[in-house]
Design a protein around this ligand. Structure first.
Ligand SMILES: Cc1ncc(COP(=O)(O)O)c(C=O)c1O
Length: 430
């Protein structure tokens, strides 16, 4: 049964959608149709400024790169770039998007375990500044490409730190193992590759990390690694700690602890970076790649009630969009509120709120819910991170998106149509 208790941090908080008048919400839903993702520019700006300020005041030599994977709606990326944020890309496709959005290559970090030769060539020839190799093979490929291009490159390696996070029995496949000596071998290899200069270390420990101590542990391992590789410590220029900073608007079901504020992460990371810089004998640049933290709160999904029906002993509220539009509800077991905008109706009843998909799993909530009627809008706030890029198409074309900025709305993604969904198929009448 899907009863979604509010996580402790969410108690008493109001989402931005609850501060909009219901007539504005009705207008948006009427003009653009539902289901509809609404991006709130102001919230995006606030989260970015909060994040940057908390880190800059503790460690000024830091750069922020938005992790595109969290949501690569171009309109979202663009908003963040306009504020000065860089791009963290994890595939050739994301790199192409960053280039199409005119991101300065000096503000791009390129990671990921699958970078094709073409991707690496493209990144090097475009001047991408922070290129982190995931394996010794990738270092060799980079060296070969540099030889072909008759250039040299400064690069980083991603290391696999051991932080003992609960990955539900899975192990991290990313980067080069420190504990088994592979990272040390890689440093030696890089010193033999005449076209490459190793200047950076990258690590990313996971997502929705609930304790700043996990970052301290990862950085301590990096410091120890640098102590054992003194020559490399000398030439090191940057350490990239990846993303993983938790949003306090969503929470794993059953969470009982409060989500620590971003400042507490900045404090721990800054402490370790100062220690690290001291060991290296010069100040090391800190790179950060937040995804979830920056975008979660800024997007709300608007759905419309299409039916209220009784079946057996339950009252079902059927919405016009399914849980495929909010896949983190099911995939990651994250809590999402449901809001009925503008409702002053205090009367509530036991309801099962569902989408239109052909599956009993297509359930948003089972519990107390306002007494709604056909045509009412139901909003799912805080769907900015991972919901849109992970959303599978199923039965219905996917939702469009509008940007809401200073009271004005603008369509930034068209709703899919039948021809988008089948655009790659050959459909022939026999
Ligand atoms: C290398 C890297 N950087 C940044 C991120 C962003 O993580 P989050 O959205 O949790 O901040 C990820 C997520 O998987 C990642 O793999």
């Amino acid at each position: 049964m899907l009863v979604r208790p509010r996580a402790p941090d969410l108690e008493g908080r109001r989402h931005w959608i609850e501060r909009l008048s219901s007539s504005i919400i009705d207008e948006l839903a009427g003009e653009y149709g539902t289901p509809l993702y609404v991006i709130h520019s102001q919230t995006l700006r606030e989260r970015y400024h909060e994040f940057v300020t908390e880190f800059e005041k503790r460690y000024s030599n830091s750069l922020v790169f938005y992790a595109y994977k969290a949501n690569y709606l171009p309109a979202v990326c663009e908003q963040l770039h306009r504020l000065g944020c860089g791009a963290e890309v994890a595939s050739g496709m994301e790199l192409e998007l960053a280039m199409a959005l005119n991101v300065n290559p000096q503000q791009i970090a390129f990671n990921g375990p699958l970078k094709t030769e073409n991707d690496l060539f493209h990144a090097l020839s475009s001047g991408v500044k922070y290129l982190n190799a995931d394996s010794p093979e990738e270092l060799r490929e980079l060296d070969v490409i540099c030889r072909r291009r008759r250039t040299k490159a400064s690069v980083g390696i991603r290391v696999n730190t051991d932080v003992d996070l609960d990955l539900h029995g899975f192990r991290s496949k990313f980067g080069i193992d420190i504990a088994r000596g592979h990272a040390r071998e890689c440093v030696k290899l890089a010193s033999r590759l005449s076209r490459l200069k190793l200047v950076g270390l990258h690590t990313h420990i996971g997502t929705q990390i609930m304790s700043p101590n996990h970052y301290s542990k990862a950085l301590s391992q990096i410091i120890q690694f640098l102590e054992e590789n003194g020559q490399f410590a000398h030439s090191l220029e940057y350490v990239d700690v990846g993303g993983g900073f938790p949003s306090n608007s969503i929470a794993p079901l059953g969470l009982t602890e409060a989500v620590p504020p971003i400042g507490s992460f900045a404090t721990k990371i800054a402490e370790e970076m100062k220690r690290l810089s001291e060991k290296c004998g010069h100040e090391i640049k800190l790179l950060l790649e937040p995804g979830r933290y920056l975008v979660t709160d800024s997007i709300t999904l608007l759905l419309r009630v299409v039916r209220v029906k009784e079946c057996k002993t339950e009252t079902f509220v059927v919405l016009d969009g399914g849980t495929n539009l909010v896949p983190t509800v099911r995939n990651l077991g994250l809590h999402h509120d449901l809001v009925v905008p503008g409702t002053r109706r205090t009367e509530r009843g036991l309801k099962t709120v569902v989408g239109p998909l052909c599956s009993e799993y297509d359930t948003f909530l089972r519990g107390e819910f306002p007494l709604v009627k056909e045509g009412d809008i139901v909003a799912v706030p805080c769907v900015g991170a991972y919901d849109i890029p992970l959303s599978p198409q199923f039965l219905f074309p996917r939702a469009g998106a509008v940007l809401l900025d200073d009271g004005k709305s603008k369509l930034v993604r068209n709703r899919e149509t039948m021809s988008h969904v089948f655009s790659l198929d050959s459909i022939r009448a026999s």
